[in-house]
Ligand binder design. Structure first.
Ligand code: AR6
Length: 185
């Protein structure tokens, strides 16, 4: 599924984010930046030790990365140039600022990608694995945040959501349809 916001393509695909040949892939990290499971584990495994080394140097300089923020490192051996590490919110029922933090994680990631001169970016479904954010709610927030930023004007050519399961892809497709209805398109 593919839609245009401003001059940028927003694409939904099912797949593995470590296999995407794009300028930057976004990592659903944790504040330690020292790796973990899920997307984070897959990115460090496939990208090799150069990513972790840069993360360690970043942590020495800036400390833990707070939820909603994003930083850039090399992509090591991944078929991408950069990894953008962001931290989504842990789901605690939805009334602890989770939607705003999730939206910020996507917006800050796209801001880092633009600053790094990227044209194409692959993003995962942040917070909907270990962090427990319900995927239908996360999809609405994620797509709303990304589409809003792109509609305001962006040098990015493509933002590709890479969803791991058919169920997740379906949730994002539904949310994108609803977003277009809400936006009067
Ligand atoms: N490609 C695309 N999507 C994937 C992949 C992959 N290779 N692997 C998993 N997913 P999660 P979170 C999906 O847990 O919820 C880590 O330990 C997965 O099915 O990776 O933000 C970090 O270190 C799910 O739909 O991220 C943190 O401690 C989505 O990606 C914590 O998990 C996100 O799941 C972050 O949790």
């Amino acid at each position: 599924m593919e839609r245009r916001f401003g001059s940028t393509r927003l694409v939904l695909v099912q797949g593995d984010i470590t296999r995407q040949a794009v300028d930057a892939v976004v990592n659903a990290a944790n504040g330690s930046l020292l790796g973990g499971g899920g997307v984070d584990g897959a990115i460090h495994r496939a990208g090799g030790p150069a990513i972790l080394q840069e993360c360690r140097e970043l942590v020495k300089r800036i400390g833990r990365l707070p939820p909603g923020q994003a930083v850039v490192t090399t992509a090591g051996r991944l078929p991408a140039r950069h990894v953008i590490h962001t931290v989504g919110p842990v789901w605690r029922g939805g009334d602890r600022g989770e939607p705003a933090l999730l939206a910020s994680a996507y917006r800050e990631s796209l801001a880092r990608a633009e600053e790094a001169g990227c044209r194409t970016v692959a993003v995962p479904s942040i917070s909907t694995g270990a962090y427990g954010y319900p995927v239908d709610l996360a999809a609405e927030v994620a797509l709303g945040a990304v589409a809003g930023r792109l509609a305001a004007g962006s040098p990015l050519e493509e933002v590709r959501f890479v969803l791991f399961s058919t169920g997740d892809l379906a949730a994002y497709e539904t949310a994108l349809d609803l977003l277009e209805v809400a936006g009067g398109r």
